[in-house]
Write a protein that binds this ligand. Sequence first.
Ligand code: NAD
Length: 418
Amino acid sequence: MTIYTGPVFEMAAKQFETIADYIEIPADERARLLYPKRAITVSCPIHRDDGSIAVFQGYRVQHHLTLGPTKGGTRFSLSVDMGEVAALAIWMSWKCALAGLPYGGAKGGITVDPSSLSPHELEALSRRYMQEMIPFVGPQIDVMAPDMGTNEQVMAWFMDTYSMYQGKTVTEIVTGKPVASGGTVGRREATGRGVVHLAMRAAERAGIAALGATAIVQGFGNVGSVAALELAERGVKVVGVSDHTACYYDPRGLDVPALVAYAAQHRVLAGFSTEALWDPATLLAQRCDILVPAAMERVIDAAMAARLQCRVLAEGANGPTTPDADRVLEQRPEITVIPDILCNAGGVVVSYFEWVQDLQQFFWEEDEVNRRLRQVLDKAFDRTFARVSRDKVGERTAAMAIGVERVRDAKRTRGLFP
Ligand code: NAD
């Protein structure tokens, strides 16, 4: 399986081996659980605004089809390659299984810096990528969603392109769409909202009151900005935030609504203020109660794990903590880790609600969406921490084991065809 390479895939494979050892999966069952069922790569040509033709590489990995269609985000970033997409698809599988959703994991993306494209080029590339994927996706086969570098508008273009080829509107082909185009209320906020709901539950367990607690959020996109705002609304003092253009830290607390308004207008944090500018390399290591990495993978390595001064590590991003860092954190019981597959599951949970609503053409009120979101997350949280206590294992090991076991049980009962 040499097409899956690179540090992110190695990380997902290493994590899986740890779980497989812990729950004693026989050697000959492991490859079937770990390796993706399908991996698709496409070349996407577009006309640039100057009339020239540019070709971009696109990917989609569908990890397993055992529990239903696959489900997962689409990432537009220069880091995207087959290994990264495969790792993200694998994590989606464990995440969906932990939350009890009837999905396998998928992930896709294009190797591109979306900020280097004009609006017209971005639309052309989004539409061409979906068009190339039509033979491989479908509402009962593989359902896309947004991820880093994509948003509601990109999902609307995906849905429209797919629908044009079907000759009818098929809203259930993607989730994370604008509400006006068959999206659900509460989806845009769902991931950040879920992160904060679970961070509060972990804080409560650790005896930390929301009012007066402090937080740092890395990444100020969909997940990070909503998480920062939700934290502030609950009385938590947000003392540090960053994106790829700027980093601010002030122990007296930052004005989160003003930061959110600035980012909504300028799309970046750079230029917000000349005060409180901070070195991004040391932001995560500052003292706080709740630390939310919500940007990218592998930002907490073993050295950073040793320097953390938080009490709750709420992983908004996928894969922010390396396996070596996990070993360090297992020796630091004063830090409660809410692992990514649990912490950021709010996004896929409400994506599932969106898919269900689209299939039924029956739409819920936002309080219904939020109530059901909390219900699903609370159940996954309780099961994870019960397992931590029972087996004396780390939080990531517990959460992943529950996910892997569900997929494994389904594969076992379905058997191996033919
Ligand atoms: P986004 O594109 O909306 O935002 C990404 C943010 O990260 C931006 O603010 C960007 O400036 C920042 N960033 C990039 N590099 C950085 C760096 N070196 N230092 C600090 N900040 C940096 O993406 P998103 O949807 O918010 O996703 C963020 C993470 O959350 C990803 O790991 C993604 O896979 C994960 N996630 C997203 C969702 C979702 O619903 N959007 C769901 C689950 C998990």
